[in-house]
Design a protein around this ligand. Structure first.
Ligand code: FE2
Length: 163
């Protein structure tokens, strides 16, 4: 049987953690009614989910008093936030609109493996910390627009043979 430390939360459970984190950041607290409104669910569903997350030590929930994230819950929320940012940046990098990038990042962040998330974040960091936009990204932007590769992208040797 899995222990609470190794248990992987479902997409919906992680969504709650994310929402609670955002509400507390914005307002300083997270109430059942606010969580219900943010997630578009009924308050009783929120209550039972909070009890479940409390049992798993991600939140501390006291009826009528609201909910706070435990250290474990905060850690998960921060990981999700970082994942979200990296995914969003990556999607924008390859030409996705900001709105879709944001929506899709919020979905993808819950289903990818840790390894994938880490490599993706590294890739984004690598591209963004480059002194200038890497040529392949510029070339890709053009390819995205026109469907054609730039001449300098083609392998010279091969290009000559076919000419
Ligand atoms: Fe999300």
């Amino acid at each position: 049987m899995k222990t609470t430390n190794t248990v992987k939360l479902s997409e919906s459970e992680e969504g709650y953690i994310e929402t609670i984190f955002n509400l507390i950041r914005e307002h300083g607290y997270a109430r059942v009614a606010d969580i219900a409104a943010a997630l578009n669910v009924k308050p009783p569903s929120v209550t039972s989910m909070l009890q479940k997350l409390d049992e798993q030590k991600f939140v501390t929930y006291t009826r009528y008093r609201g909910v706070v994230l435990t250290r474990k819950g905060k850690l998960l929320a921060e990981t999700l936030k970082k994942r979200h940012q990296a995914l969003k940046k990556f999607l924008i990098m390859i030409g996705v609109t900001e709105e879709n990038a944001d929506k899709d990042a919020c979905e993808i962040e819950h289903i990818i493996n840790r390894e994938t998330a880490e490599k993706l974040a590294k890739f984004v960091e690598f591209v963004q910390s480059a002194p200038q936009t890497p040529p392949f990204l510029e070339h890709f932007k053009q390819y995205n627009r026109t469907g054609k590769r730039r001449k300098e992208c083609r392998v010279k040797g091969k290009a000559k043979k076919t000419n």
